[in-house]
Design a protein around this ligand. Structure first.
Ligand code: RM4
Ligand code: MN
Ligand code: MN
Length: 397
């Protein structure tokens, strides 16, 4: 249980804590071996936004939805007004804009890193469309993930491709409005097996710096090798003022996109702890976009996102309880056990009653998951969408 001072701290923190939903988390997706189709899954952009609206309705911490342009804007730029209107109707806003420069046949050997100048240009034009879409939706972040790489030694010039990325990203950056940002995501494996052009945070950092002052690094928690210390990366990027945002998910082996905190909640806590510690020392909020990047074909999708949002709030609230003055004192004195216990104390505190109080104060149901289940939304969606879902098994999202 928390003391009343602790509860107050948690309530204040939750007032400003928001996390973005991924549109692709509401549609039927699968593994490379197949899909398990859910009758209630969203089949259109409008339905994805409607489902996201449900998560926002019950949690009040997910006001925006990230989109993937080719999956959510069927006619590209032209679809912008209707997507914007659908979001508004669903009670959410369009958040980060994600280009799709990985699925078309032409991208077999890469997008901005492709040896073919014509293909590089096609990829660039698509990303520039995304910048424009972002301007029209009022989104702040354009967030490309590049699947570029090679699977066999000697088949790609790593240095030449780096140069093409420098040029491409600089060009993208030159089209940003003053309020837009370019978030550069990295991933060390998949879909290529020998090298990925943007394989780690160092590469993403260097390319962001080449791109320009409005570029930042995006950390997807599933995009690391096993045992990598992610909170250290977070701490370094914070100290360089280069951390732009997160794609949160959990993993066991690779980029599993499992529910946040389902495998290792302490790691999520350690990440939040680095951020809150930085904010405590700097005396200002870190300018970071928290986003979810998960996609499931086993759990009910809306419920899973509500579960994720609740977990994020819970772990964030625990991290808020760390006494950073005390921690700094123990660190300076070399009091290892006391320093470590400082984290563990906070992590083991049951913050759920304080969060329930916060919800009550906001006029929300204290148990969002139960309230959503009681609403009958899933059964209704299954009735409306069931037929369409049985036919729709071809696309990723
Ligand atoms: C990638 C990466 C991107 C996400 C796609 C769908 O692994 O995490 O951020 O948009 O998957
Ligand atoms: Mn991601
Ligand atoms: Mn991923």
């Amino acid at each position: 249980m928390t003391t009343s001072a602790q509860s107050e701290r948690i309530h204040k923190a939750l007032d400003t804590f928001v996390i973005e939903l991924p549109s692709w988390g509401f549609a039927n997706t699968g593994t490379r071996f197949g899909k398990f189709v859910q009758d209630s899954a969203a089949t259109t952009t409008e339905e994805k936004l409607k489902d996201a609206g449900q998560v926002q309705k019950y949690t009040a911490c997910c006001p925006t939805v990230a989109t993937h342009v080719l999956w959510d804007f069927p006619q590209g730029l032209k679809s912008t007004p209707e997507v914007k209107a659908a979001a508004e109707k669903a009670g959410v806003r369009i958040g980060s804009i994600n280009p799709n420069v990985f699925q078309d046949q032409i991208y077999k050997n890469g997008s901005l890193g492709n040896p073919d100048a014509g293909i590089r240009k096609t990829a660039l034009d698509h990303i520039l469309d995304c910048v424009e879409i972002g301007k029209q939706t009022g989104s702040r972040d354009v967030s490309p993930w590049f699947a570029d790489g090679s699977s066999f030694p000697g088949t790609a010039s790593i240095r030449r491709r780096k140069k093409w990325f420098e040029e491409g990203l600089r060009e993208v950056h030159s089209h940003l409005s003053p309020r837009q940002r370019l978030l550069v995501e990295y991933k060390p494996f998949e879909p290529y097996s020998y090298h990925m052009d943007l394989g780690d945070w160092g590469m993403a950092l260097i390319l962001s710096r080449y791109a320009g002052p409005q570029a930042r690094v995006l950390v997807d928690t599933g995009h690391h090798y096993q045992a990598q210390n992610i909170e250290q990366i977070v701490a370094w990027l914070l100290s360089e003022d280069m951390l732009g945002g997160f794609h949160f998910n959990d993993r066991r082996y690779a980029d599993d996109d499992l529910t946040l905190g389902s495998i290792d909640p302490y790691q999520v806590f350690r990440i939040f702890n680095e951020i809150i510690g930085y904010e405590h020392e700097a005396g200002k909020r870190a300018d970071i976009a928290y986003m979810i990047d998960q996609s499931h074909n086993l759990k009910n999708k809306v419920e899973e996102m509500i579960q994720t949002a609740m977990t994020a709030q819970e772990i964030y609230a625990k991290a808020v309880l760390v006494d950073h003055d005390k921690l700094a004192h123990y660190q300076m004195k070399g009091e290892l056990i006391d320093a470590e216990e400082c984290l563990k104390q906070a992590f083991s505190t049951d913050v759920r009653p304080a969060i329930r109080d916060w919800r009550k104060g906001k006029g929300l149901a204290e148990e969002p998951l139960e309230a959503f289940r009681a609403s009958g939304y899933t059964a209704q969606a299954a009735r409306e969408r069931g037929k369409k879902n049985q036919g729709a098994v071809a696309s990723y999202a």
